[in-house]
Design a protein around this ligand. Structure first.
Ligand code: MN
Length: 382
């Protein structure tokens, strides 16, 4: 049986010449671009800053002689091509997708306010016409917001909603130019997103700065684990600072950060209120765990413990994510992953994780096909 799932964590690779297509040449030259560095890295240049990062090596899994073997594979065909992408998704069993940018993820490092505004505006119009329009009932690209000024940010949320985008991407770490997420300065933006039904998407690993926190023994594991903490901090600020309490219809998605951290944080915040209540400001009108469980959604791709957050810990907003087309993702083994996660687990839990929670965030997304019989081309818009 083919399991169909929505993905609350996917990415689109922008065309190399995106900025020159959507911005005047002098502005385009200052936007993020990448150049190869050796055979395992790239140098990213953004508005006068440069940093090196390791490039993912694409691996595919095959089973041989009782062993699972990972071998060097290739980038999925639809990484940059939206039509090819829908063919990939149909064959993998992925239906709706929240899509984060790739190179555009570095846009928040731009330090010039006018450039930041122009880039976000251009990207959002491009995302609408060149990405979302290919399958508006399936593809949910997240809008960019300029983050050097909160009035600019709120204005772009309003614009993105008005043209028909359904989610806003924010980094887990705010740039130093603006107040952090626990402050009321953000309320106009939260109010606009809430009113428009736009989901706030945080992708892990967007704290800003060097992603290598620790070198030497254990570095690879430590740094990978470390990428998830920033999103937990951002969500804790939104709950504890009262933003989600004041905007009870606002929904927040944390992509690629696993799911069991949510029950952990819920317990911890309840304990803070119970044992340290005399210090808690602002007072919340609902218990923090209730706010967290009802307004925060979390996506995981492989974590074998994640479904238990839903059926054993009462956290119902667990969603799945393919992380297509990234190295950490499930491309090439999506069905193996979905079967290993959900075989033997109740249908209601599987439905909630693969479909229900996602459709609650994005009610405009259509239902996946019922079975394997689906024509692989049928989901591709002409
Ligand atoms: Mn991802």
């Amino acid at each position: 049986m083919k399991i169909w799932a929505h993905s609350a964590d996917s990415h689109f690779l922008e065309p190399e010449d995106l900025w020159h297509d959507i911005l005047p040449p002098d502005l385009a030259a200052r936007m993020p671009r990448s150049e190869p560095d050796g055979d395992d890295g790239e140098i990213v240049h953004v508005d006068g800053q440069s940093f090196r990062r390791k490039l993912p090596r694409y691996m595919t899994k095959r089973d041989g002689e009782g062993l699972t073997i990972w071998e060097r594979g290739h980038r999925p065909p639809g990484a940059r091509d939206v039509t090819a992408r829908l063919v990939d998704l149909n064959s993998e069993g992925i239906w709706g997708e929240v899509m984060y940018p790739s190179l555009g993820m570095w846009s928040h490092l731009v330090r010039d306010r006018e450039l930041s505004k122009a880039a976000a505006r251009g990207q959002n119009e491009w995302l609408l016409s060149e990405v979302q329009a290919a399958a508006p009932d399936r593809l949910v690209p997240v809008a960019h917001v300029p983050l050097l000024d909160l009035d600019d940010a709120a204005a772009e949320v309003e614009h993105a909603a008005s043209i028909g985008l359904h989610a806003v991407g924010l980094p887990t770490g705010v740039p130093s130019a603006i107040p952090d997420y626990q402050f009321e300065d953000w309320d106009p933006l939260w109010g606009l997103a809430e009113e428009a039904g736009m989901v706030i998407g945080f992708h892990v690993g967007t704290d800003g700065g060097d992603t290598v926190k620790v070198r030497g023994p254990g570095g690879a594991i430590f740094n990978y684990v470390e990428t998830t903490y920033g999103a937990q901090r951002a969500v804790t600020k939104l709950v504890a600072g009262g933003a989600l309490d004041r905007h009870p219809r606002l929904k927040v998605l944390v992509s690629e950060g696993g799911a069991t951290w949510v029950p952990f944080l819920g317990d911890r915040m309840e304990e803070a209120c119970r044992q340290h209540g005399m210090f808690v400001r602002p007072a919340l009108s609902r218990p923090p765990k209730e706010i967290l469980y009802s307004q925060v959604y979390a996506s995981f791709q492989h974590d074998e413990s994640a479904p238990a957050a839903s059926w054993a810990m009462g956290y119902r907003n667990v969603t799945w994510g393919s992380d297509y087309p990234h190295l950490e993702g499930t491309f090439g083994h999506t069905q193996d992953t979905l079967h290993s996660l959900f075989d033997g687990i109740g249908q209601d839990v599987r439905y909630r994780i693969t479909r229900g929670a996602f459709e609650e965030m994005f009610p405009h997304v259509s239902a996946p096909p019922l079975s394997d019989e689906f024509d692989l081309q049928a989901g591709v818009s002409a």
